[in-house]
Design a protein around this ligand. Structure first.
Ligand SMILES: CC(C)(COP(=O)(O)OP(=O)(O)OC[C@H]1O[C@@H](n2cnc3c(N)ncnc32)[C@H](O)[C@@H]1OP(=O)(O)O)[C@@H](O)C(=O)NCCC(=O)NCCS
Length: 152
């Protein structure tokens, strides 16, 4: 990758189809309609505060989604910015694009006066855990989630 060709910028409405395609790769269980709804909500001012896309030339190669969460483990100074989604296309990984996306996200969060940016990774995703650690995210805990049916 020639880093001079990498662009990281906030998403615009024309990027929505590519964002949806990348979301479907990151979250294969997320139906296309949910991606479309997320996009509609985003441009109306939904839960996501900002989405960055990464492009090389005209090709979309990644994205980062940032929200605000009122409670984040280990982030005790009020609401924290939160990295909800972070994705780089497989063939472009380990070339610094994930770093550029996180730098854009943390730069925006610092400008918004957040003290912390939280994030999470599946226990089964050691690559994501390693990438978070490499970029200065400190591990604050590991959890197992449960559910129990209480209705029909
Ligand atoms: C996580 C992800 C976004 C990182 O993107 P990337 O473009 O590969 O990241 P970078 O090349 O900027 O690497 C960032 C750092 O993480 C390290 N890293 C990246 N992938 C790694 C891996 N598989 N194993 C170990 N370290 C890794 C890099 O060495 C680099 O560290 P350095 O700064 O010390 O050199 C990308 O691997 C990805 O899309 N994974 C699948 C989706 C995912 O799991 N997203 C996160 C949860 S939503």
């Amino acid at each position: 990758m020639n880093a001079t060709h990498l662009t990281i910028r906030p998403i615009t409405e024309k990027d929505v189809p590519a964002w949806g395609r990348m979301r479907s790769t990151l979250w294969p269980d997320c139906p296309a309609e949910e991606n479309a709804e997320e996009a509609r909500k985003y441009f109306r001012g939904g839960d996501l505060k900002l989405v960055f896309v990464a492009l090389i030339g005209g090709d979309y190669v990644g994205f980062a989604e940032i929200s605000e969460r009122s409670i984040v483990d280990g982030c005790d100074d009020g609401p924290a910015a939160y990295l909800e989604g972070w994705f780089v296309e497989q063939q472009f990984r380990e070339q610094g694009i994930g770093t550029a996306l996180v730098n854009a996200a943390t730069g925006w969060a610092a400008g918004q006066r957040y003290t912390w940016m939280g994030s999470d990774a599946e226990l089964t995703n050691p690559d994501s855990i390693a990438a978070h650690s490499a970029l200065g995210f400190e591990e604050t805990g590991r959890i197992v989630t449960f559910r129990r049916r209480v209705g029909p």
